[in-house]
Design a protein around this ligand. Structure first.
Ligand SMILES: [Mg+2]
Length: 396
């Protein structure tokens, strides 16, 4: 019931806001529903993306990104399974919609393809919520603790099949591009577990020598080692100055990761292949890594991502996101990092020049400056897509 004091307060505050030219806030959630959900795929070689475009009944549009691995499969999941659940609903009911999208379909696999698909829809809903309210996402999920995070660039050596001179050139190129942290992806597992001719240390030494001393270099063997080899290589690299060690052992061998965590004097980070809060709970309980690296375009989007970050906080873990997409996925990532108290020392990022097609539809994209990813200024996820160019690129 409206009492007299509330009425006077609202009237006075409303009048003051209008005098100041500010938004006159109502205490009602905007009365809109989701009118249309599109899953839009673009692929030209490695320049590829799967975007979700959600239009509200008042014409406001939100955009989100799914990881595009298996692009056609994920597109179909969004189109056939998720879009019907979201269409007609309030875009503000992200928690309810996440539960429906996940539990209605989770017998298809509770992590992986399904959470990739949910991530794009959920991130688009958060973008839409912010745009409808005229505020950035970080303001809706906890406010701002920071507006920039050091970013690292990465390159792969395919188990030693990429010539060392070429790998070195690529690493130096990343440093020249402005990255102050660079990651060598050894891609051991793709070739063999614990290979006898392991190239990691030789490449590390050559690339370390070629990089400016102020640039940090660390290694991700891409889950290529059993416990003893992870410890052996991790110690050798730590002696060469490596400050972090990513994913030394597979997700399927968490006790091996735990042995590496306990034996090494440098932090171990892992978790890019965990796709929901329960997978991260198991990882943390069994492997106990110092830092975890969820990918918010794979692990269910911002709604689930916040739960993962909070779970990590309870267990005293830092968040160092996996993020290999230059625009919408990066935007969702930096909005989360802006608002959580356990943001780690860095976030993954990739050069926009590798994605000329997809980046061409943005009037305002992610900014990378002085080796850092910047929190965009703008409503929702903070990016601006040019609708005309998006229509041409995706053909809708
Ligand atoms: Mg990795």
């Amino acid at each position: 019931m409206e009492n007299r004091r509330n009425f006077i307060k609202k009237t006075v505050l409303g009048g003051m806001a209008m005098l100041a030219g500010a938004r006159a806030w109502s205490n009602e959630v905007p009365d809109v529903v989701v009118k249309d959900v599109k899953a839009l795929a673009y692929q030209k070689g490695s320049d590829r993306a799967l975007y979700v475009r959600i239009e509200a009944s008042n014409g406001t549009i939100g955009w989100g990104e799914c990881s595009p691995n298996g692009i056609g499969v994920i597109q179909t999941l969004v189109k056939d399974l998720l879009a019907p659940l979201v269409t007609g609903a309030s875009p503000f009911d992200t928690e309810k919609l996440w539960e429906e999208m996940f539990w209605t379909n989770h017998d298809l696999g509770a992590g992986g393809a399904l959470t990739y698909a949910i991530a794009g829809v959920d991130n688009a809903l958060w973008d839409l919520k912010g745009k409808l309210l005229g505020v950035p996402v970080y303001a809706l999920i906890g406010g701002k603790l920071r507006d920039r995070v050091p970013a690292y660039g990465g390159f792969g050596i395919n188990g030693g099949k990429v010539p060392i001179a070429k790998a070195t050139q690529r690493a130096v190129g990343l440093a020249e591009h402005g990255f102050k942290i660079v990651k060598l992806r050894a891609q051991i597992r793709e070739n063999n577990l614990n290979p006898a001719d392991d190239p990691t240390i030789e490449y590390y030494k050559a690339i370390r020598k070629a990089l400016p001393s102020e640039v940090t270099l660390f290694v991700d063997p891409n889950e290529g080692y059993t416990a003893f080899r992870a410890i052996e290589v991790g110690r050798a690299l730590a002696d060469l100055g490596m400050p972090y060690f990513e994913a030394p052992c597979p997700n399927e061998a968490m006790s091996d990761t735990r042995q590496a965590v306990e034996a090494l004097d440098i932090p171990v980070l892992t978790g890019e292949k965990c796709y929901n809060r329960w997978m991260f709970r198991e990882l943390i309980e069994k492997a106990n890594p110092d830092m975890i690296n969820p990918d918010f375009s794979k692990s269910g989007g911002i709604t689930e991502g916040l739960k993962i970050c909070h779970l990590a906080q309870v267990h005293h873990k830092m968040i160092v996101p996996h993020n290999t997409k230059p625009m919408l996925a990066s935007a969702a990532t930096i909005q989360i990092l802006a608002s959580i108290p356990n943001c780690g020392p860095m976030v993954e990022y990739i050069e926009t020049s590798l994605y000329p097609g997809i980046c061409s539809i943005f009037d305002q994209g992610i900014e990378f400056s002085d080796g850092e990813m910047l929190l965009p200024k703008g409503d929702g996820l903070g990016l601006v897509i040019n609708e005309k160019r998006a229509k041409q690129l995706f053909g809708y």
